[in-house]
Write a protein that binds this ligand. Structure first.
Ligand code: ADP
Ligand code: MG
Length: 233
């Protein structure tokens, strides 16, 4: 599903160059559930933004679901972002003036889905995340956990094969965090590839593979479903 070769990222910071991500090779297969851990500033979000096609790497090649991302035009990239990837952020990033129904409809509006179908699918997704009785509410009327569930429903709107989440439980209490992780497990069980960043070991435990980052390098790649020393071929 995802193959990175020599992907790196250097930022210019006031005349200095900061290498946030050193050349990295990484393969993530269809249906995997991966947690990315590591200290603040170690390059986790940089990698996630590249995976989500929100940022462009300085070097390397990125193959996503059979497409060479670095060869795409801006328009093709926008299409890939809308159809292949659902992105969930720590700070939810919902539109405050719109109802949660409209928030979830938005990717489908960009995707050219007809009005009646948009409404039906957004309603179905909000029911799936347990908010079917809140369609006309605005984000400010919801708790943090509920807002994140809206964001997940929005991320699923175009039925993307990949769901990326950068510290999705970072602003939530432990009960809401557990609800969110159960939802990710369910979505992964239905076939989506799920990749999330977290600081918390108990959150990472929900994943089947854990990547540990340090100073822009993958230090450790642990697959729980393989015996120790076993290698995927
Ligand atoms: P993490 O998500 O692991 O906390 P980041 O990927 O956000 O780490 O940041 C890695 C490094 O890159 C840090 O040194 C950070 O200051 C730098 N960095 C991140 N984004 C930018 C940016 N847009 N411009 C300049 N430097 C950045
Ligand atoms: Mg980050």
């Amino acid at each position: 599903m995802i193959t990175l070769h020599g992907i790196s990222k250097t930022y210019a910071q006031g005349g200095l160059e900061v290498q946030a991500l050193h050349p990295t090779d990484l393969m993530i297969g269809k249906g995997e559930f991966v947690a990315i851990m590591g200290p603040s500033g170690s390059g986790k979000s940089t990698l996630m933004n590249i995976l989500g096609c929100l940022d462009i790497p300085t070097t390397g090649t990125y193959e996503l679901d059979g497409k060479q991302v670095q060869s795409l035009t801006e328009d093709e990239l926008a299409l890939v972002r809308n159809e292949k990837i659902g992105f969930v952020f720590q700070s939810f990033n919902l539109l405050p003036r719109q109802t949660i129904l409209k928030n979830v409809e938005l990717p489908m509006l960009y995707g050219g889905v007809a009005k009646a179908e948009r409404k039906a699918r957004a309603t179905e997704l909000l029911s799936k995340v347990g908010l079917g009785d809140r369609l006309d509410h605005r984000p400010n009327e919801l708790s943090g956990g509920q807002k994140q569930r809206v964001a997940i429903a929005r991320a699923l709107a175009m039925n993307p094969p990949i769901l990326l989440a950068d510290e999705p439980t970072g602003n939530l209490d432990s009960k809401s965090s557990l609800d969110i992780m159960r939802l990710f497990e369910q979505i992964n069980g239905e076939g989506a590839t799920v990749i999330l960043v977290t600081h918390e070991a108990d959150i990472a435990e929900h994943a089947r593979r854990i990547l540990r980052f340090g100073d822009g390098v993958i230090r450790d790649d642990l697959r729980k479903d393989l015996a120790q020393g076993e290698v995927l071929t």
